[in-house]
Design a protein around this ligand. Structure first.
Ligand code: PLP
Length: 475
């Protein structure tokens, strides 16, 4: 493809995306594809000769769209959002076009310096502790995901506790990590990868609000010390996946200080709410955290992948992850940040660009307006549930998440979820709390407005009525 063709096709691709955003609301939210549908339509062998770009783009409509679940539909309420915005997509496009691999400051100084600067902006925007700034002892870095950020935190904590022995000799099975029973599965996966092992991750009981119980945490820490083990790491969650419960960070921080444990705070989706001063309370106690992470790729209009990870002591992180072969040494090595030492892979994309575009295009006020609208809509939806007779809230609304049930058994609620998702009108997901099947509706897509929540409410009520009356939902 020569440059002129690139220019022409580039315009067509942006047109394609703009048309997609215009029509996405009319498409069934969840893909109706069955397993194998796409593969049956794809040629079994790669093309020997290049094809026309027009033909390739046509196949986006013919082959790919039917297998897409529309995360950017304003009626997408499942899991947590992964919302995007046009400035973010354009920033991503520029990043792809520049093709920068920013492993070292020297391999593109702007890639590193924009990232440090934007991370410092986020410290200010969320009013995070000053120590997380790059001009203090710590600093921020963009990772691909919260899972990777937590793994980096675990490794830094492991090396701090073992004075570097973990890296040299591997783990001896004595290190113990803690999180609540509601912590995201990535914490256990990270413990496996870091050599801590699932058996040495203690999942601490939660209270009636599904937040970690600090008394139980302390009991467990003491029991482990008595057994000759070495507690070293706690992951506190600000906004758990199932219910957006807030672990009591101040009490956990106090225990971490007393027993010498690394405190990592995982605010994967909820962190964005701290853009609004009235929601900053979710971060109470965070000034004692050793590390903190949240995902702009969930609720901050920045397309996947973009995770923000902060540490209070960057030396602890680079002690764990830094490694410098001769071929990566540069004249600037001693005076700059080389982000390769802050993450698992060596290579890295220019992710700061899209975040920069988002922050400049919307400003903090624009982002706050979105957060406030989503929370307000979630609040209204919760009110409709409270005011009606057929559904019930399972936990009080937390920020933009509603956990609820139809007043019937698990099988009915499971069926209800399948039916509303099958309808294509909305897409919601579920969890299990105290053994019971629970429906989850999270308001977070960029264009979701009141009418989309009304539609969701209507869809749920109609499907529940049909299921009650006939045992099935009318097509
Ligand atoms: N932590 C929490 C609380 C989450 O809810 C999630 C995902 O939803 C994660 C971590 C993992 O996020 P990521 O996909 O960025 O690894």
């Amino acid at each position: 493809m020569n440059n002129e063709d690139f220019r022409r096709h580039g315009h067509t691709v942006i047109d394609w995306l703009a048309d997609y955003y215009e029509k996405v609301e009319s498409l069934p939210v969840q893909s109706r594809a069955a397993p194998g549908d796409l593969r049956r339509l794809l040629p079994p062998h790669p093309p020997e000769n290049g094809e026309d770009f027009e033909g390739i783009l046509k196949d986006m409509d013919r082959l790919i769209l039917p297998g897409i679940t529309h995360w950017q539909s304003p009626r997408f309420f499942a899991y947590f959002p992964a919302n995007v915005s046009p400035p973010s997509v354009l920033g991503e496009l520029l990043s792809a076009g520049l093709g920068v691999q920013g492993m070292l400051w020297a391999t593109s100084p702007a890639c590193t310096e924009l990232e440090s600067h934007i991370m410092d902006w986020l410290v200010e925007a969320l009013e995070l502790p000053r120590v997380f700034r790059s001009d203090a002892a710590g600093g921020g870095v963009i990772q691909d995901s919260a899972s990777s950020a937590t793994l980096c935190a675990l490794l830094a904590a492991r090396e701090r506790k073992t004075s570097g022995l973990g890296n040299r000799r591997g783990c001896d099975g004595t290190l113990v990590a803690y999180a609540s029973s509601q912590a995201h599965s990535s914490i256990e996966k990270d413990c496996r990868i870091a050599g801590i092992g699932s058996d040495n991750l203690r999942l601490i009981d939660v209270d009636e609000r599904f937040a970690l119980n600090p008394d139980k945490l302390e009991q467990r820490i003491r029991a482990d010390i008595d057994a000759g083990l070495t507690p070293f790491f706690v992951c506190a969650c600000v906004g758990t996946t199932s219910t957006l419960a807030l672990d009591p960070v101040p009490a956990i921080a106090e225990l971490c200080g007393r027993y010498g444990l690394w405190l990592h705070v995982d605010a994967a989706m909820a962190g964005t709410a701290a853009l609004c001063p009235e929601h900053r309370g979710i971060h109470e106690g965070i000034e004692s955290a050793d590390s903190y992470t949240f995902n702009p790729h969930k609720w901050m209009l920045t397309n996947f992948d973009c995770n923000a990870f902060f540490v209070a002591d960057r030396q602890a992180l680079t002690n764990a992850l830094g490694i410098l072969p001769e071929y990566l040494k540069t004249a600037a090595t001693d005076e700059v940040i080389d982000y390769r030492d802050w993450q698992i892979p060596l290579g890295r994309r220019f992710r700061a660009l899209k975040l920069w575009f988002v922050l400049r295009s919307y400003g903090l006020e624009g982002l706050r307006a979105m957060v406030r609208r989503h929370i307000e809509l979630a609040n209204e939806f919760a009110q409709w549930i409270e005011d009606g007779d057929d559904f019930e809230m399972v936990t009080p609304r937390s920020l933009n998440l509603i956990c609820f049930r139809y007043k019937s058994d698990d099988a009915f609620n499971e069926r209800l979820l399948q039916e509303v998702n099958r309808s294509g009108e909305i897409y919601i997901s579920h969890t299990r709390l105290n053994g019971r099947y629970v429906l989850r509706l999270c308001v977070g897509q960029a264009n979701t407005q009141r009418q989309h929540l009304e539609q969701a409410w209507q869809c749920l009520q109609t499907a529940a009525r049909d299921l009650q009356e006939t045992g099935r939902v009318k097509d």
